[in-house]
Design a binder for this molecule. Sequence first.
Ligand code: COA
Length: 247
Amino acid sequence: MSEFETLLVDERPDRLAVTLNRPQARNAINLAMVRELHEVCGALERRPRLLLLTGADGVFAAGADIAELLDRGRDEALQGINSRLFDRIARLPLPTVAAVDGYALGGGAELAYACDIRLATPEAVFGNPEPALGIMAAAGACWRLAELVGGSVAKQVLLGGRRLTAAEAERFGLVAEVVPGPELAAHAHALLDRMAKSSPAALRLTKLVLGAPGAHPVADDLAQAVLLESADKRERMTAFLERRRSS
Ligand code: COA
């Protein structure tokens, strides 16, 4: 992958660990970061791997870059600059994890909402203060947050300006686990290690089916039909049965 201006990328055989890295602007998401995150998505679409997203210097991301937002208008909104990126991240073939330390506000929170699983430190804060700036959270919060925590809490955040602490986020199910800051990266990588042991095809199809709206038994059956025919499944199940026989 190329050198990035706004991201640090740790590329491993089974994962990309990406750190949002504009600490001077609290990792605010500007156009350069959007472009670079699209590049990361392209790499993960071409060669599916797990994704770990985190932020530098004790902040996840303090939102979209307000200096850029000031000059954006109707045409930029209709381009869906952040919403299309976050949708692309949400649709990545393999699971994504956001490791959130400090502020995840505005577009930063929406980026975390677009990931499959979130871990946090006790210092994490989730919020959508967009209306205070005269705009709305238009990159997924208005539906993803409600799906994640329910309509009542989502309205408290989006309309009432409520900021969720890490403990509250965990209680509402937004966050899977709260771990001390120095342990965040290790915990996140341990979660990815567990996922990396599963069949990538099974994870990929589970994620695809999980994202389909409503009840979808036909899609489930078709996905399972693909997996039941795979050599990987035969190897994994045979290994399980042989281990039992030999013990
Ligand atoms: N866009 C652009 N710049 C931002 C930014 C954003 N979303 N958030 C922070 N910055 C910049 C500040 O302008 C400041 O720049 P400067 O040093 O050139 O003055 C720098 O980052 C540090 O910010 P500061 O507010 O001094 O840091 P803090 O640690 O005291 O507070 C926050 C951190 C996140 C609470 C605060 O920066 C904040 O409220 N940011 C905006 C959050 C927001 O409304 N997001 C929604 C955007 S739609």
